[in-house]
Every structure is written in structure tokens, then in C-alpha cells.
Design a protein around this ligand. Structure first.
Ligand SMILES: [Zn+2]
Length: 432
């Protein structure tokens, strides 16, 4: 089995933040959100922005209104912000103002962020067609419904990291909205601990006619696409191809899934995205931020990027009828648990190193994290992909006896006083 199921992992080491008081995800509310987004006719990035009922402008206004409504309910806990920039490219030769709608839930730590996003824009067969109905129910109203449901379930809670709920525009024209937010985050000096991109997360019937509602795919890069030449040379010497920050995030999601009520399996897809394709997490990877893409187990291309039509009895349309809202609710629950854990946790250690050549013992050291109550040192044999052993310690050093550095990989996570655990920082060689 290449995906993880709850029954197989009752002994999983990482626990999601307890969520006793949190409401469950509502498939009915998510269906209503998708229906509302579909009602704008088209949400193409080049569609009208001044019609109150049709086009991407009206859809963005509606999402902003949802953030504002939640915020009124909690004394202003969510700040709504719109980012806008003009983009020009082959898919918008005359240029277009791309706008992202953000709901920002402030945390107590300055400058730490967890981002959950999806794209609000939709398209039909011709990517330049901005007027035909483009329902985009699954691609990607499903993701926007997930983002809004996450905000609804988490907005009354208090976290260390700020949470950014975002609806991107311009995905289909060139990942422009995600580029805008990733570059804005860098310019503002945000430390982005995790970016969760949800794109096509609400169907279970595949193009092959087979239903797969057992797991969701989580795509991640193993080696940071942003690594420098010096870092690449270092990694070639010590390994770590399966331990970049985004892969660590994907592995944490796998652990969280097995302890999430209503959760289901996570297929850890060891690629940045589907073969030869891309998504809104990529601009974040370029900035060096940990980022993954959630997408359904079973894609159905008759229901993506299609003019709405029926040919010889075969339906082509990304409409609500092609969706599975119980499935979407499960993907949402994993996102919510991941956001809650990482936003509650201290930051991951900025660096971790190992030493111990010509010895049977390994010395692990790491940079202190201000808010950490303790740390968890993980290790595994160098022929395994999942952590096998761990030890919790205070302080910033641990000597592990009889675990030779040559044959094992190590990492360190920070744990807060409430038990919430950060991502694992892979331990490399001390800088000389
Ligand atoms: Zn999409």
C-alpha cells in the first residue's frame, strides 16, 4: 500500500492538535459555496469585473464578503485584504489586473504565516474564452469552498502563527495570483511555515469510471527548487533528497491524516505536481517556502477545462453534478487539522546539524526556537523513508548512542507547551 490508512497507523508518532470544541466540516455548506461560485456564470480572469452578478469581479466581492461576515462574528479576527497587480502574457496579451482576496487571521508570533489557498478563476476549452459559462465547480470552486470552510471552523481560535486564507486569480493564465502573493510575502518579510494549495479536491469518480474516495494526493518536491549551488553540493555529500521542507510538510500531513476524525488516506506523491503540470504552490516553492498541492485521487478530464456540452451522450462539463461533497469534506478536515497544528506550534528549528564521523554515536545539535518548550529528535535508517525513532529533549543538543551517523538520517522538530509540533528540520553538516 503506498498510501496510509487510519487503521494501519494507530501508533503514528505525531498527533494533531486536539480539536474537541471544533465543529465538523459541513458538506452541505461546501455544496452551497460551490453553487454560489458557479452562479457567477464565468470566473475567467479576463471576464467582467463590474457586473454585480456575473464574472470574476462579483465572485471575488462575494468571497471578500464571506471573510468580512466571519470577522464580524469574532470581533474583527479576520482582516480582509486585496492584492492587485497588472500582468501581461501570452494568455492576457492586453494585460489584466489580477486580484487576490485574502482573509488574514492574526497570530501572536510576529511574521509567521500558514497559508491555505485555492484559485477562484475558471475556464472552458479555449483558455482565452472569457464570456462562455465556465462553472469551474471542481476546478477550483472546490478549493475555494475548502478555504472558506477552514476559515469558518478556525476563526474563533487563537494561534501563534497568522493564518492566511486566500482565493487566487489568474491561475489558468499563468499562476499570476499565487506569484503575486508569494512575492508579496517575501517583500513583507513573512516567514511562511507552510503553504497548502488545494486545486481540484472535490470529485471521486475518475475518467476511467472507477470511484476512488479512499485518499487524496499530496504532491511535494523532495529537493528544494530554490536551493543554491552551495546547498546542492552539500546535499550531494550528505543525502536528504527526501527531506526538503516541502517533503517534510507532506510527511507531516500524512501523519496528521491518520489522527484526524473523518480523515482518510494521504498518497504522498513524490513529485512537485502531476506529471508535466503545475499549480499555485510553485511560486511559493520559488521563494523557498514549504508548499504542497492537494488534488483528488481520481482525475476526470471530461470535467475539467471543458465547454459545457453533451456529445453522443457523453457529458463534458465541470459542474456540481460531477462532485462528491463527502470526499471534499474529508480533504477539508485534513487541511484544517494541518493548519491548526502548524499555526499552534512554534517555528521549526532554523538549522539542525549532525556530527559523529568515525564513531558509533551521533551528536545532533540545532538552533533554539524561542517559543519551544522542548524538542523532538527523529532518526531513521538511511534506507527508510519514514522516521523510525524519536526522543524528546529540552536543550539544543542530543548525543544518540550506538546510532552511527553513516547509516542514519536525523531531523529535529520544536514542540510548544501545549504539545503542538512544528515541521521537522532535516539535520545537515555543520557549516565550516
Ligand atoms: Zn485548477
Amino acid at each position: 500500500m503506498s498510501f496510509r490508512i487510519p487503521a494501519a497507523a494507530l501508533l503514528a508518532v505525531s498527533l494533531a492538535t486536539p480539536a474537541a470544541a471544533r465543529d465538523p466540516v459541513s458538506p452541505a455548506r461546501q455544496r452551497a459555496t460551490v453553487a454560489k461560485l458557479v452562479s457567477f456564470g464565468t470566473r475567467h480572469s479576463l471576464s467582467t469585473t463590474d457586473d454585480p452578478k456575473r464574472g470574476i469581479g462579483a465572485a471575488r466581492d462575494w468571497v471578500a464578503g464571506e471573510f468580512a461576515r466571519l470577522s464580524r462574528d469574532c470581533g474583527g479576527c479576520i482582516a480582509t485584504e486585496r492584492l492587485a497587480r497588472r500582468f501581461v502574457g501570452p494568455r492576457a496579451p492586453d494585460g489584466v489586473v489580477i486580484e487576490d482576496v485574502l482573509g488574514i487571521q492574526r497570530g501572536s508570533d510576529p511574521d509567521r504565516y500558514v497559508i491555505v489557498g485555492a484559485h477562484i478563476d475558471s475556464r472552458v476549452t479555449d483558455v482565452m474564452n472569457a464570456t462562455s459559462d465556465a462553472p469551474g465547480a471542481n476546478d477550483d470552486a472546490s478549493g475555494v469552498a475548502l478555504v472558506l470552510e477552514a476559515a469558518r471552523l478556525l476563526h474563533r481560535e487563537r494561534f501563534r502563527a497568522s493564518i492566511v486564507y486566500v482565493a487566487f486569480s489568474g491561475e489558468e493564465q499563468g499562476l499570476w495570483g499565487a506569484t503575486l502573493l508569494a512575492e508579496t510575502a517575501r517583500a513583507r518579510g513573512w516567514q511562511v511555515d507552510a503553504m497548502l494549495n488545494n486545486d481540484i479536491v472535490g470529485n471521486s469518480l475518475g475518467q476511467n469510471g472507477v470511484v476512488n474516495d479512499r485518499y487524496v494526493r499530496v504532491f511535494s518536491e523532495g529537493i528544494r527548487s530554490s536551493e543554491s549551488l552551495a546547498e546542492a553540493i552539500e546535499r550531494r555529500g550528505i543525502g536528504g533528497e527526501d527531506d526538503g521542507p516541502s517533503r517534510a510538510l507532506a510527511k507531516a500531513i500524512g501523519d496528521i491524516a491518520v489522527t484526524t476524525p473523518g480523515g482518510f488516506g494521504v498518497f504522498l506523491d513524490r513529485r512537485p505536481d502531476r506529471f508535466g503540470r503545475g499549480g499555485d504552490h510553485e511560486p511559493f516553492l520559488r521563494q523557498g517556502y514549504p508548499a504542497v498541492r492537494f488534488s483528488v485521487a481520481a482525475e476526470n478530464w471530461d470535467r475539467q477545462h471543458q465547454d459545457v456540452r453533451t456529445e453522443n451522450g457523453r457529458v463534458f462539463a465541470d459542474t456540481i453534478e460531477g462532485m462528491d461533497f463527502d470526499y471534499l469534506a474529508k480533504v477539508t478536515a485534513i487541511n484544517v487539522a494541518t493548519i491548526a497544528r502548524l499555526a499552534a506550534a512554534p517555528a521549526a528549528p532554523a538549522t539542525a546539524t549532525i556530527a559523529g564521523a568515525l564513531s558509533y554515536d551521533t551528536k545532533v545539535s540545532w538552533a533554539p526556537v524561542p517559543a519551544a518548550a522542548r524538542y523532538k529528535v527523529y532518526w531513521r535508517r538511511a534506507d527508510a523513508s519514514a522516521w523510525q525513532q524519536s526522543r524528546e529533549v529540552t536543550g539544543t543538543m542530543l548525543s544518540v548512542a550506538d546510532v552511527p551517523v553513516d547509516d542514519h538520517l536525523f531531523g529535529v522538530a520544536a514542540i510548544g507547551s501545549d504539545g503542538a509540533e512544528s515541521l521537522v528540520t532535516f539535520a545537515g553538516r555543520e557549516k565550516r
